[in-house]
Design a protein around this ligand. Structure first.
Ligand SMILES: Cc1cc2nc3c(=O)[nH]c(=O)nc-3n(C[C@H](O)[C@H](O)[C@H](O)COP(=O)(O)OP(=O)(O)OC[C@H]3O[C@@H](n4cnc5c(N)ncnc54)[C@H](O)[C@@H]3O)c2cc1C
Length: 394
């Protein structure tokens, strides 16, 4: 490799969905980009409810046409209070038709989404792939030096840290992170069911967290079942027959008889927030920038907005003949992402806490809030629009 071929405008470290989207968005805008990421099959069975703006971004990146047939539309979202408490909230139904949409978004298995992202990334001439891991990231005045696990060297003016929860890039930029373990674990698996879901996702709010049924194509749904860690372990260890019966009971049989499909994964839940989203030539995207519990399907939707914003700011700087990794560009990135990430982390945290047994004072507040959402059309419509895209991005 020549000197020129190892020096880039931007280097994305990490090839999860947020990193691949960032690398594609950068390279598609003409930024010479390196992607340092192992090419390995996606390892878990999570699905992602992609909300409106995320689907539009994936359209623009020419990713969506490659995977949309694997996704199911989400037209109605039901929130059901299944806490069995004194202050129980009424059921709230959000319908996309109420705000003039055909769908809130689409639920897709992450494996199919990743295949589509990988396929698009492989087509872009401005994107150079290092099928490797970053071993060291050293920030200098004019650029960042990266050494890979197989001893390759590259440098870039801007580094996009898409390297997940234990981000090496975040550490290299000396960005501290606050972490709160939630003593809750999500069990994920997919089911087939006897009755059609009619594109309705249902979130049962239990005293230990939500249990969510999200449509997949056909008579299938993906389940995210949040409970205490020991209970999640117990559920995962059940036979197919017993887990099918348990999940059908939890769903109050709304979808009829259920049959679990192969594959179960556990995710201990936490909230993580770095003190900065970008500085010292490093911009953080995806879970390197925010970890939130799976409530309201926000995590990767935030990650895709991170990807779009850093690609836009870097390409604007390059078009103006500027260095895309300067403090000014990273301050702009931090300012663009901060309100979105912090407001959503706060809302998800409050929604989650209001379910748990040890937050009694929040329970009547939550019941009244849900009642108001259910009863007042303009408030409900505002909540739906805000859930899809923050006001300042419309
Ligand atoms: C149960 C559950 C359900 C969810 N449901 C939804 C949903 O419906 N909607 C939604 O929007 N979000 C959802 N999320 C959140 C979403 O799954 C995450 O936000 C998303 O997967 C994070 O992607 P990422 O690319 O940031 O991180 P990751 O997928 O963790 O990718 C990071 C990558 O970086 C690589 N890496 C790490 N270090 C290095 C290194 N040094 N060099 C090179 N590579 C490196 C890792 O191997 C990994 O491939 C859910 C999360 C959970 C737990």
């Amino acid at each position: 490799m020549t000197e020129a071929s190892t020096h880039f405008d931007a280097a994305v470290i990490g090839g999860g969905p947020a990193g691949l989207a960032a690398a594609i968005a950068l390279a598609q805008a003409g930024t010479r980009t390196a992607l340092v990421a192992r090419r390995v099959p996606y390892a878990d069975n999570r699905t992602t409810a992609l909300l409106g703006a995320s689907v539009e971004l994936l359209e623009t990146l020419e990713v969506w046409p490659r995977c949309r047939d694997k996704a199911a539309a989400l037209e109605i979202m039901r929130l059901v209070d299944d806490t069995g408490r004194l202050f129980r909230a009424p059921e709230v139904r959000f319908s996309c038709h109420e705000i003039g949409l055909d769908a809130f978004g689409y639920n897709i298995d992450n494996r199919s989404l990743m295949l589509a992202l990988e396929e698009r990334a492989a087509e872009l001439p401005d994107l150079v792939r290092f099928d490797d891991e970053a071993d060291s990231v050293v920030i200098g005045d004019a650029d960042v030096a990266i050494r890979t696990a197989s001893n390759k060297f590259l440098s870039a003016r801007l580094v996009v840290g898409a390297d997940g929860r234990h981000s090496l890039c975040r550490e290299a930029a000396n960005i501290a992170v606050t972490r709160r373990d939630l003593a809750q674990t999500a069990l994920t698996f997919n089911v087939g069911h006897a009755r059609p879901h009619r594109n309705i996702s249902t979130e049962f709010h239990t005293p230990h967290g939500p249990c969510v049924f999200v449509p997949l194509p056909g008579n299938r749904s993906s389940i995210v079942w949040v409970s205490a860690p020991a209970e999640a372990e117990r559920l995962r260890a059940l036979s197919d027959e017993d887990l099918s019966a348990a999940v059908e009971k939890q769903s109050h049989s709304i979808l009829g008889r259920m049959t679990v499909e192969p594959g179960r994964n556990l995710f201990p839940l936490a909230i993580e927030r770095p003190t900065s989203f970008g500085r010292d030539r490093v911009a953080l995207v995806g879970e390197a920038a925010h970890v939130v519990p799976p409530i309201g399907a926000q995590g990767l939707n935030l990650g895709l907005r991170d990807a779009a914003d850093i690609a836009r700011l870097a390409s604007e700087a390059i078009a103006a003949g500027q260095d895309p990794g300067t403090s000014e560009v990273l301050r702009r990135y931090d300012r663009a992402r901060r309100p979105d990430i912090l407001s959503r982390t706060f809302a998800i945290d409050i929604a989650n806490r209001s379910l748990l047994n040890d937050f009694l004072p929040l329970q009547p507040v939550r019941a009244v809030g849900m009642q108001l959402l259910g009863a007042i059309g303009p408030l409900r419509r505002f909540a739906m629009r805000e859930g899809l895209t923050p006001t300042w991005r419309r």
